[in-house]
Design a protein around this ligand. Structure first.
Ligand code: PLP
Length: 384
């Protein structure tokens, strides 16, 4: 048989899955491993989905998505970030940010183009760049800097092949919210070298200390920026598969072109549920954010008390403590913690080399479980 696709064969399976699989076989596991809200989708959003099913909204929508949803997304971006996108030519609905990322990269890249990816970063970024024919070029960020991106480090990684910078803020796995100054620096680098900016803002509403800056709203950024957002995290809608892209018309049109052949449209019922999410669910989102914030404070304080240094996570729902004091590397730490105390965390190295020496803990987990996890982690550390 002829070999299957080289790029895909060369891409290792997600390092997160491996831990899920081990944890799934065990009893009494506290999993801090999943990057998913532990809330069920707010009732009024589910109700809108039920209504849509009952009334037979089971067809395709237009390729770009329901006009009402696109209008609401653009109005929301205008209200919160003073970002201005035309709903009918600069916004499309995707099957989650995952599809949006894939579309944007395919539209921006030609084979061999390089994409600068500050890491540690979301595990899908590098594979998606490679699947789109590009080459990811990692640049490090450091816990000492709160994982802020240093534009000078990014500029130093630019080559004649560089086409884009891909950034997520608030970030998975670090919880870092990029300061406005760092993003402005990135815009300047992009302008100097004529690069596109791909900005994954899926956690934009989940900020506590930091203030989220939407990249496309920064002066000089708009014409070269693709903003990706969605409903999975803040609205607890991971399984509905609905997200969006906002970008200048030339980019958005080509994204729709790929999407119309590969996906046709995002699920109709989910789009109607997302309409309800934007119209009526702000209060639900605020309640969930307040709850994550409470858990964040307890958990981060607790980590520090058991001796794990933890940079302050300003957003998303992850803590990314240093485990260097344990003397273990992150894989060994995660394996032994799971074996000894049945607490599942994700080794930091799966998010890039700068993640080594850290583990990712999701605090989208009920407070009593977080407290019990802290007890077990403390015992694990003392036993070493
Ligand atoms: N981007 C980041 C940074 C994520 O953490 C995730 C999911 O964990 C996604 C995108 C995928 O989002 P979606 O469910 O909208 O495809």
């Amino acid at each position: 048989m002829k070999p299957l696709n080289d790029t895909i064969r060369a891409t290792p399976p997600s390092g997160i899955r491996r831990f899920f699989d081990i944890a799934a076989e065990m009893e009494d596991v506290i999993s801090l491993g999943v990057g998913e809200p532990d809330f069920v989708t707010p009732w009024r959003i589910r109700e809108a989905g039920i209504y849509a099913l009952e009334h037979g909204y089971t067809t395709y929508t237009s390729n770009a998505g329901l006009p009402e949803l696109r209008q609401l997304i653009c109005a929301d971006l205008r209200k919160r970030y003073s970002a201005s996108y035309a709903w009918d030519s600069e916004c499309l609905i995707t099957t989650g940010v995952s599809e949006g990322l894939d579309l944007a990269l395919r539209v921006v890249l030609n084979p061999g183009d390089e994409v600068i990816v500050p890491e540690p970063c979301y595990v899908a970024y590098e594979p998606c760049v490679a699947f789109a024919g590009g080459t990811p070029v990692r640049v490090p960020t450091r816990a000492e800097d709160g994982f802020a991106v240093d534009p000078a480090v990014v500029a130093a990684a630019v080559t004649p092949r560089t086409k884009a910078i891909l950034i997520g803020s608030p970030a998975n796995p670090t919880g870092a919210v990029q300061p406005r100054s760092a993003l402005e620096g990135l815009v300047r680098v992009a302008q100097q070298h004529d690069l596109y900016l791909l900005s994954d803002e899926i956690y934009d509403r989940l900020t506590y200390d930091g203030v989220h800056t939407s990249l496309g709203a920064l002066p000089g950024a708009r014409e070269r920026t693709v903003v990706l957002g969605g409903f999975s995290k803040a609205q607890a809608m991971t399984g509905w598969r609905v997200g969006w892209i906002c970008a200048p018309q030339t980019i958005a049109e080509l994204c729709v072109r790929v999407h119309q052949y590969t996906m046709l449209c995002a699920p109709h019922v989910s789009q109607l549920a997302a309409v309800e999410a934007l119209k009526e669910a702000d209060g639900d989102v605020e309640e969930m954010v307040a709850d994550y914030d409470r858990r964040r404070r307890v958990f981060v304080k607790g980590l520090r008390e058991i001796g794990l240094d933890c940079p302050e996570p300003g957003g998303a729902f992850y803590a990314f403590p240093s485990i260097r004091s344990s003397g273990l590397d992150s894989e060994t730490f995660a394996e032994r913690l799971l074996e000894a105390e049945s607490v599942a965390v994700v080794p930091g190295n799966v998010f890039g080399p700068s993640g080594e020496g850290h583990v990712r803990c999701s605090y989208a987990t009920a407070l009593p479980l977080l407290e019990e996890a802290l007890v077990r982690m403390g015992r694990f550390l003392r036993s070493r």
